[in-house]
Design a protein around this ligand. Structure first.
Ligand code: TYD
Ligand code: MG
Length: 451
């Protein structure tokens, strides 16, 4: 293998590369984040071997799948763990990544063969303590506490495991790469080593990755492009609820979620999750509208809450949690301009109950209704759910998977649903009274008596 070396500068926040040192990263705007790195160009023999091949002659590779023993996890992975895949599990520190992985590999070790768990953050005793707390044991699960890549390589040669866990990729260090541990080059080169290992040997590899406060996977975004699957483990530190979400999956659908509860003896699966974010009973209160959110194949009924209070000093305050801030501003602007509600003199607080982050535009309509409901102090007329995307013209636009959303709402005892007129044809018979609306104004008039 021939190697050429070249010095360049790389931003530790976003991975931007420059041939000169700069005080401020031109890509992400961070100060003093460009550090010197050395790029080694590898010209492998394999690259020389690659030849164009007619599509008809391509031999399809089989992707056998292993069950992780955790049904929620199998579903998020697209039906189980694919042999030879590289999976990044990202999440904030303390959210439960190590807990999830040790329970997964516990099952894999007892069912499928040897598993190597490399702990680059905790000692063997700490990992063993966690494993016994979770009831994980067995002769096929091997632990290795090291941060050095050469030691990991040695262990892999000796052990020849089926599955490997690297906890975490940011703390693994290759002394042959002349940069500090955790630098962009270290993380990239080590990930690339694990990628080729997975492809050549068929070993499935989990990499644990920390995310920064802003929610980006620490180090370069590049890591996400290199791996086959990106799973994100989310939740509020104060609440027990944890959500495993697939952000990228070369072997299955994305945006699929698995729901867990973090308990004393580990993570408990919650297969029946539709109603977990709902309040205990449906009381119709001003400012609260239920939205059946769709996460992959799952429907979760969530409460979109608004509170508006008059502004006494200065600029009106907007505080948003669980929804996109810009989307909330847009919905408030449509309410001001098209329906003439005056939010300019009010502070507005928006929250999604239970701490779930809703990214769908289908939440526009329930959001608009809850804002008007709070502003006018009017409760919804019936126990209803609402869904629909808002156009800047004040029109309610159709959204996807309406049928499943309505079925779940009916199952949880709601009486009526406000849906976009464009979706009228997709409405199943559920026992719900369905009100198709074309304009936001009609939805407000139907939902809130007396506006
Ligand atoms: P951990 O898996 O160490 O998080 P990460 O690897 O993402 O940093 O989990 C940390 C938290 O989980 C810790 O605060 C304790 C809690 N926990 C439980 O509540 N129950 C359990 O059975 C275990 C093992 C951990
Ligand atoms: Mg950990």
């Amino acid at each position: 293998m021939k190697q050429k070396e070249k010095i360049f500068y790389c931003c530790s926040e976003c991975g931007y590369q420059s041939i000169r040192w700069l005080g401020k990263c031109p890509n992400c705007g961070s100060w003093n984040t460009l550090t010197e790195e050395i790029r080694k160009r590898r010209e492998t023999q394999e690259q020389e071997k690659a030849r164009p091949c007619p599509l008809d002659e391509v031999v399809m590779e089989e992707h056998p799948r292993l069950s992780t023993g955790v049904a929620e996890c199998d579903r998020v992975l697209g039906g189980g763990l694919v042999s030879g895949s590289l999976i990044l599990l990202a999440g904030e520190p303390g959210i439960g990544k190590s807990t999830l992985l040790i329970s997964l590999v516990g099952h894999l070790a007892s069912e499928t063969g040897k598993v190597l768990y490399v702990s680059a953050e905790e000692s063997l005793t700490q990992v063993k303590l966690r494993a016994s707390r979770l009831g994980v044991s067995g002769p096929h699960l091997y632990l290795l506490a090291t941060t050095e890549l050469p030691l990991v390589k040695e262990a892999l040669l000796q052990l020849k495991p089926r599955v490997v866990v690297i906890d975490s990729i940011q703390t693994i260090f290759d002394p042959d790469i002349p940069t500090t541990p955790g630098s962009v080059t270290q993380v990239r080169e080590n990930t690339s080593y694990f990628m080729s290992l997975a492809k050549q040997t068929g070993i499935s590899i989990f990499l644990v990755g920390h995310i920064t406060k802003e929610g980006a996977i620490a180090g370069p975004k590049l890591l996400e492009h290199m791996v086959d699957v990106v799973l994100s483990f989310e939740g509020e530190a104060r609440s027990q609820l944890r959500i495993l979400r697939s952000l990228k999956n070369r072997f299955g659908a994305t945006q699929e979620i698995g729901v867990f509860s973090m308990e004393e003896h580990g993570l408990r699966e919650i297969p029946e999750a539709s109603g977990i974010f709902l309040p205990d009973f449906h009381q119709m209160l001003p400012g609260a509208i239920i939205f059946p959110a769709q996460e992959g194949t799952r429907t979760l009924l969530v409460e979109v809450q608004s509170l508006t209070t008059p502004t006494y000093y200065g600029v009106p305050k907007r505080s948003v949690s669980g929804l996109d801030y810009n989307r909330v501003s847009m919905v408030l602007a449509v309410l001001e301009k098209k329906l003439h509600y005056n939010f300019g003199t009010h502070d507005v607080y928006i929250n999604v109950g239970g701490g779930l982050k809703v990214e769908e535009t289908g939440a526009d309509l329930p959001l608009a209704l809850s804002c008007v409901s709070s502003l006018k102090d009017l409760a919804p007329r019936t126990a209803c759910v609402a869904m629909g995307e808002l156009a800047l013209t004040g029109e309610v636009r159709p959204i996807g998977q309406i049928s499943q959303r309505l079925k779940e709402a009916a199952r949880f005892g709601f009486q009526s649903a406000i849906v976009p007129q464009g979706n009228s044809r997709d409405v199943p018979a559920t026992g719900l009274q369905v009100y198709p609306v074309r304009w936001l104004k009609e939805a407000v008039e139907f939902c809130l008596k007396g506006t």
